[in-house]
Design a protein around this ligand. Structure first.
Ligand code: SAH
Length: 252
């Protein structure tokens, strides 16, 4: 099913709405959608509706909105604080995190992150990452568009640890395992912050600072995972224990 986001609009059943300009070319020329074709339209905030194309032209594509779709959002709001990694690995991390139901992604700089190339590059990257998040959300049919925040410094990440239950996977942690922690009785977790290090890992001083700020360090098993694997693994584990990846019950 073709999936489109129309942000900043209330999607009302029975109303006709136009696809955003940037999607017209894709809908009309690439997908060759025509009147009568079924699509899904989401508002990016968590609501989606079935739709039927009523007009498809090079200038305008109109959709008649129908039934509301069941939400595909986890009851657990997962924020992934992801240290910057090399090349286009961040694209992969974003795609997988969005598919696994992450609520928000905060890229941040650690001592071992690749050097930054200035504000303009950062802005370009943010646009690119947001577009990756949008296509991943459309592909997995999420009506909510996860936010990608601007790259921030380690110090500002530290100041956010106290806002929420915070877990930091660290390959040198020997005692506390994430698996054990997730099996413990816990107060209904509604949100969790996850902190994943870069290719070279967190420096010990960074781990100490995170722990001092209130984060719990955990290991993810005996193998050292790449940053992109660790991010997907830790999100999967918390979503399975506290969120909606359990595969239990009915799936609408
Ligand atoms: N310091 C390492 C590798 C870092 S792996 C080295 O260069 O040898 C990148 C990130 O993935 C780490 O910072 C950590 O957050 C996470 N990670 C990878 N494997 C892990 C494991 N077995 N347990 C916990 N965290 C892990």
């Amino acid at each position: 099913m073709h999936y489109f986001f129309i942000e900043g609009e209330t999607l009302t059943g029975g109303a006709e709405t136009a696809l955003p300009e940037k999607d017209i070319n894709h809908a009309y020329r690439v997908l060759r959608l025509k009147a009568g074709d079924e699509v899904v339209v989401a508002d990016g905030l968590g609501k989606a509706r079935q739709g039927r194309i009523t007009l498809s032209s090079p200038q305008k594509v109109l959709v008649l909105l129908g039934e509301e779709k069941a939400p595909a959002e986890s009851p657990l709001k997962v924020t992934l604080f992801q240290s910057l990694v090399k090349g286009d690995k961040m694209d992969l991390i974003i795609r997988q995190a969005v598919e696994l139901g992450v609520y928000r992604i905060v890229p941040f700089i650690t001592g071992r992150s690749i050097p930054q190339r200035g504000r303009q590059q950062d802005e370009k990257k943010l646009v690119r990452w947001s577009s990756k998040a949008r296509s991943a959300a459309a592909q997995c049919q999420r009506a909510f568009l996860p936010t990608i925040e601007p790259v921030c410094a380690f110090q500002s990440v530290l100041s956010r640890v106290a806002e929420c239950r915070s877990l930091v996977p660290w390959e040198e942690e020997k005692a506390a395992s994430l698996g054990d922690l997730l099996k413990q009785p816990h107060s209904e977790e509604k949100a969790v912050f996850l902190f994943v290090g870069p290719e070279g890992g967190f420096a010990r001083s960074e781990i100490e600072a995170l722990v001092k700020a209130g984060a719990e360090k955990v290991h993810l098993g005996p193998r050292i995972l790449r940053s992109e694997t660790a991010a997907a693994a830790v999100i999967t584990m918390v979503q399975a224990a506290w969120g909606d990846l359990s595969g239990e019950g009915e799936c609408t």
